[in-house]
Design a protein around this ligand. Structure first.
Ligand code: DQA
Length: 143
């Protein structure tokens, strides 16, 4: 009973990056919150972050069979990465795509996700609550 929370490029800068878009909280704050939430359900959370597309591919390949689901904010690679599309399709884990900001109300180049069609679901625009909603979607209905 394990969930993986995976964050892509620049999300290590949360708290000091475009605060008006992404809020004041840090990645550590999110990790702490989601760890507590999943532990309440008897699950464990592993949290990983990488700025490198290939490393994200490696992590997802290795996650297959090891986890019950993935909470994934692919950040900028959402809009560009065929490699991430392919790996999400190749593995049998439910992956939930999370975006802190509402990508549809921002620049045109953020409107398209190359990953949404291979993800289990998508949660967009609810700030750090999105990670919590994604976790709830992967956890059983009853504690
Ligand atoms: C983001 C949205 C992406 O467009 C952007 O490149 C990010 C963060 C979000 O969480 O809102 O880095 O994934």
């Amino acid at each position: 009973k394990r969930l993986l929370m995976l964050n892509g490029p620049n999300l290590n800068l949360l708290g000091k990056r475009e605060n008006e878009v992404y809020g004041e909280f840090t990645l550590q704050d999110i990790e702490n919150e989601i760890t507590k939430l999943v532990e309440d359900y008897g699950y464990r959370l592993d949290s990983k972050q990488s700025n490198h597309e290939g490393e994200l591919v490696d992590i997802l390949q290795a996650a297959d069979g090891e986890y019950d689901g993935v909470i994934f904010n692919p950040a900028a690679y959402t809009h560009t990465s065929v490699a991430l599309h392919d790996v999400i399709k190749a593995i049998s884990l439910p992956v939930i795509e999370v975006h802190i900001s509402n990508i549809h109300s921002r620049e045109e180049f953020r409107h398209k996700s190359l990953l949404a069609s291979v993800c289990y679901g998508q949660i967009i625009g609810f700030g750090k609550q999105g990670y919590r909603l994604a976790a709830l979607a992967l956890l059983p209905e009853q504690k």
